[in-house]
Design a binder for this molecule. Structure first.
Ligand code: DHB
Length: 578
């Protein structure tokens, strides 16, 4: 049985004063490997670590009321709560210098920093039973926030100024934490999870990177954005492939559904107050234009920064447009030996959401508990003391930039992009097949998220069953193969509820009673193809429409990652907290 280090015997951190230690390099006090619920089923992933900049603490875990940094004191300093969720999987809390650790910039700015782990779609308890299906990931994080608040008297930091941070599935979690604060919907689950019933789980603000949300509309959104591209790359989501005639028809049917869904949202341009809609061709209308303007804003921002020498990249806008530059990117999947044949426009640059192809194996029932390949969460967990961490930096390669005049131009003031289809075909091609989230083989990460403890993988998108039904006469064989299992989704009330608990859009501008955060900052890589760019745009527009302070931008040429320019998230936190 694997040894899991836990420093607290009880839920009272007052008993752990002697466990705080000082990190010389980061100049901070650390309290690591804290279990945040007494009812932990899988302690390895239900722990957190707290890092406190030097001025707010003295030896022995004592709060220093006099210490100040960047204008904050132990009483006023914001608390960053970064979840490490990835792929909706079980993930550990991070350690300084460990993989996926983003603590440094926050600590240097004087913020208290908490890294939190959570269970996920593949988690099993000590008896080998599944126990991390939706919305457990979120419930764990809410439990951790309540635990921190319960201990606030012995922790430096203003726990009314908690800033949630996360990317991808973690961006989804960050969004959900912010919009569902103190919602009664989660109370029975929180109670069963050992959360403090009288503590709050709301946050003050959320930094959201590349959120993978609105999962039940993500398939149709994907077909809308990537409609022009009928090939997908080799990625953690599955092998490369070319659409079959059935998939082409399905893609078109889903795109159509997305256009109606988007138009029914009646989103409004925050500046002009114009209602945003997408034309029936999918490539016209104010909603389409709005996304294209955001892409152009992103390119404009990048080219202006290039022009003024603000970036590490030292080439000029003209050189960038002409492709006369080189950059580093992850080696496309398949490994370095494939790099000569790989299409360099492609290559998923995300976190490697599932090493190997364990997912497909599990969906097919090919592996037993205990025999599975290690999960990403296991691979990025801290090894026991004395055992060195091998690291898992993805291999990088130097790539020559591409010539961009066919689709991108720059008049010295503003960038212009010819259209979404050319952007997709020339710059960021399709990563996932059709269907992309609720897959035909029922073997995606999301299928596992919405499984139950008894049935590990399940369908969850009823739009797909409707589209398959529409195509019955044209594709009778595929109808036979897929319809019945997708159609089950429609009548499953329990599943419907779990889907609803995991979709932040249900909690924004609706009747639901929550203590939602006031401030939101959304950043998404303009080269993120893990989900449609319209998904995060919709989130931003819904938040703005609900009167929330929303700062939304695409970050040019960044893939699926913590897409940002250095220091800007901390500037934002200073702005909203000072
Ligand atoms: C993540 C990436 C995905 O493509 C996805 O479907 C879900 C989660 C992630 O990186 O967390």
């Amino acid at each position: 049985m694997e040894q899991v280090n836990v420093i607290n015997r009880t839920m009272e951190l007052s008993e752990c004063a002697s466990e705080w230690f000082f990190d010389e390099k980061y100049r901070c006090w650390c309290l690591e490997d804290v279990l945040y619920t007494e009812k932990a089923t899988t302690p390895k992933f239900q722990r957190l670590s707290i890092f406190v900049p030097e001025p707010y603490m003295t030896k022995g875990g004592e709060i220093n009321q006099q210490g100040t940094m960047n204008g904050y004191s132990a009483e006023t300093v914001p608390v960053i709560f970064e979840n490490n969720s990835a792929g909706y999987m079980q993930m550990p809390h991070v350690w300084l210098e460990g993989p996926r650790c983003y603590a440094q910039q926050y600590l240097e700015r004087g913020f208290v920093y908490v890294s939190c782990g959570n269970r996920g779609r593949e988690t099993r308890d000590a008896d080998g039973r599944l126990c991390g299906k939706a919305p457990v990931n979120l419930v764990d994080l809410k439990t951790a926030i309540r635990f921190l608040r319960h201990n606030r008297a012995v922790l430096p930091g203003n726990f009314d100024r908690m800033i949630s941070v996360g990317w991808s599935a973690g961006g989804a979690m960050s969004t959900l934490l912010a919009v569902t604060g103190n919602s009664a919907d989660y109370l029975p689950l929180l109670e069963a999870n050992g959360a403090f019933p009288d503590e709050r789980d709301d946050v003050f603000a959320a930094q959201i990177y590349c959120p993978i949300i609105d999962l039940e509309h993500a398939d149709s959104a994907y077909e809308w954005m990537f409609a022009a591209d009928h090939e997908n790359e080799d990625s953690p989501a599955g092998p490369s492939g070319v659409m079959t005639p059935f998939q082409e028809a399905l893609s078109a049917a889903l795109q159509k559904r997305y256009i109606s869904y988007f138009n029914d949202l009646k989103l409004v341009d925050p500046q002009t107050k114009e209602v945003l809609f997408v034309g029936t061709d999918g490539r016209s209308g104010s909603g389409y234009d709005y996304l294209m303007r955001r892409l152009e804003d992103s390119a404009t921002d990048y080219l202006r920064r290039l022009q003024s020498g603000m970036l590490d990249e030292k080439y000029s806008p003209a050189e960038y447009l002409a492709g006369e530059y080189e950059y580093q990117k992850e080696v496309p999947m398949g490994g370095p030996e494939k790099k000569d044949v790989a299409d360099l426009l492609r290559g998923h640059a995300g976190p490697g959401v599932m090493p190997g192809k364990a997912e497909g194996d599990r969906a097919q029932g090919n592996t037993e508990a205990g025999q599975e390949k290690p999960s990403l969460g296991d691979l990025v967990s801290r090894p026991p003391k004395g055992v060195p961490f091998k690291g898992m930096k993805p291999p990088m390669m130097t790539v020559k930039g591409s010539e961009k005049s066919a689709w991108l131009s720059w008049d010295g003031e503003r960038a212009h992009i010819r259209g979404l289809d050319t952007y997709v075909l020339q710059h960021r091609r399709r990563m996932k097949p059709c269907t992309s989230f609720d897959t035909l083989g029922m073997d995606s990460g999301e299928n596992e998220v919405f499984g139950t403890n008894e049935q590990p993988f399940m369908h969850f998108n009823k739009e797909i069953s409707e589209a398959v039904l529409e195509l019955k006469d044209q594709f009778p064989e595929e109808f036979e193969r897929y319809y019945a299992s997708f159609a089950q989704v429609k009548d499953d009330a329990e599943l419907k509820e779990r889907i609803a608990l995991l979709n932040p859009l249900n909690y924004i501008g609706t009747e639901k009673k929550t203590d939602a955060a006031e401030h939101y900052r959304i950043r998404v890589g303009a080269c993120d193809a893990d989900t449609s760019l319209s998904v995060s745009m919709t989130l931003a527009l819904k938040l703005a429409q609900a009167g929330k302070d929303t700062d939304y931008a695409l970050v040019w040429d960044k893939p699926h990652c913590e897409a940002d320019y250095p220091g800007e998230v901390c500037d934002w936190i200073d702005r909203i907290c000072k």
